[in-house]
Design a binder for this molecule. Structure first.
Ligand code: NDP
Ligand code: PYC
Length: 341
């Protein structure tokens, strides 16, 4: 999805935009450490052209903080519960600072046991998921993460929404190149992209969602105002979304996507759920040549005609941002300055 405006594009150094976002988070009640983690996450999404979870999200972060729904000052409580299992109670704060607090222990366990699980609960996740897994692959590890969101997806064969948009992100090292990374909602479209389409007055393909009467619609506003999304790929995406509910909520101790009620917090936007991250050390595997085998797989995919790997578009946009600065529109920049005022 393209940037959400026809306003002129400006480019800023990563550090400058990150600093601006960090000040906004602090201004609206986040502790410095929380603000730093969220600002880095959000700037990274903007830099990579992941627009549904870049600065488009800043008004939502601000309104959810103002509503008192999320605790921007939460101190994550990390528990070392088993040789390969770490739990974090995020304290009603954001999931990313909880991951940051547990990360060193998680990696140590994965390198010792070969695999380790991080189960975060009592957490809010309002971001893209790839920033949570990609850094593991950059240090030679394989990582898989799932997070559930808010009820807005009708399970395949059902009549009413129950699941969240429930993304799955995966990252693996690949010899001689950027890691292999994919990150996808299990709904036919991310909720953020439906919001962007509604804002831009675009229609959606059939199969993305239904209106308030449960009828197929191509109108994003009908999906957002009383309608719902569908899983991608019919029963297959629906099964994956169910798996995300189980792993991100039931296994972590977090809420299912339908289990929280933000009605008493006008402006609340962030799903109060859970997140699971599994990290594997591939050096323990047969042959210890995982990254080389990744390279072979990619080579074979390209040999049969593949021209775009998942993650490749982001890495391309990242390279351009490194040369020219992170792109945002003049209108978005003004909006950010207004959030700081
Ligand atoms: P997309 O459908 O845009 O992309 C999904 C994956 O497929 C990406 O890895 C993308 O790579 C890759 N891809 C897309 N098009 C192609 C193609 N033609 N060929 C090869 N690979 C391709 O993502 P979604 O709309 O499903 O999700 C968007 C974001 O929303 C995600 O970051 C997700 O984490 C986030 N989200 C967050 C939620 C939360 O609760 N926090 C809930 C739901 C979604 P590339 O990135 O390089 O384009
Ligand atoms: O885009 O579906 C989405 C989403 C939900 C929560 C954060 N992003």
């Amino acid at each position: 999805m393209s940037a959400p405006s026809a306003s002129p594009v400006v480019r800023m150094p990563f550090s400058e935009l990150q600093g601006l976002l960090q000040r906004i988070f602090v201004r609206h009640g986040c502790a410095e450490q929380v603000a730093s983690v969220l600002a880095h996450n959000c700037t990274s999404a903007q830099r990579d052209g992941a627009h549904s979870h870049g600065i488009f999200r800043m008004p939502g972060y601000v309104s959810t903080l103002a509503s008192g729904w999320v605790n921007g000052q939460a101190q994550p409580q990390v528990s070392d519960v088993a040789p390969a299992f770490v739990r974090v109670d995020a304290g009603g704060g954001f999931a990313q600072p909880a991951l940051a607090a547990a990360r060193a222990l998680l990696v140590e366990k994965a390198r010792t046991a070969g695999i380790a699980v991080l189960a975060i609960h009592n957490s809010h996740h309002f971001a893209a998921l790839w920033p949570d897994v990609e850094p593991f692959a950059e240090e030679g590890l394989v990582a898989l993460s799932v997070v559930n969101s808010m009820t807005c997806v009708v399970p395949h064969g059902a009549r009413k929404p129950l699941f969240g948009t429930n993304p799955i992100a995966f990252a693996a090292p690949c010899e001689g190149s950027d890691p292999i990374v994919f990150d996808m909602a299990t709904s036919a479209m991310a909720h953020g992209d439906v919001q962007i389409a509604a804002r831009q007055g675009q229609q959606l393909p059939l199969g993305v969602g239904v209106d308030a009467a449960g009828e197929p619609t191509t109108d994003p506003k009908a999906i957002l105002e009383g309608g719902a999304l569908l899983p991608f790929g019919g029963h297959k995406g629906s099964a994956l979304s169910m798996m995300v509910e189980l792993l991100a909520a039931a296994l972590t101790g977090g809420h299912f996507s339908w289990e929280f009620d933000w009605a008493k917090h006008p402006g609340a936007k962030t799903p109060w759920t859970g997140q699971l991250i599994i990290v594997i050390d591939p050096s323990k595997a047969e042959g210890g040549r995982f990254a080389l085998r990744s390279r072979e797989l990619v080579g074979q995919m390209q040999a049969v005609g593949l021209s775009r790997l998942p993650g490749e578009r982001r890495f391309r946009e990242r390279a351009q941002a490194a040369r020219e600065g992170v792109a945002l529109t003049e209108q978005e920049l003004q909006g950010l300055r207004a959030l700081l005022a």
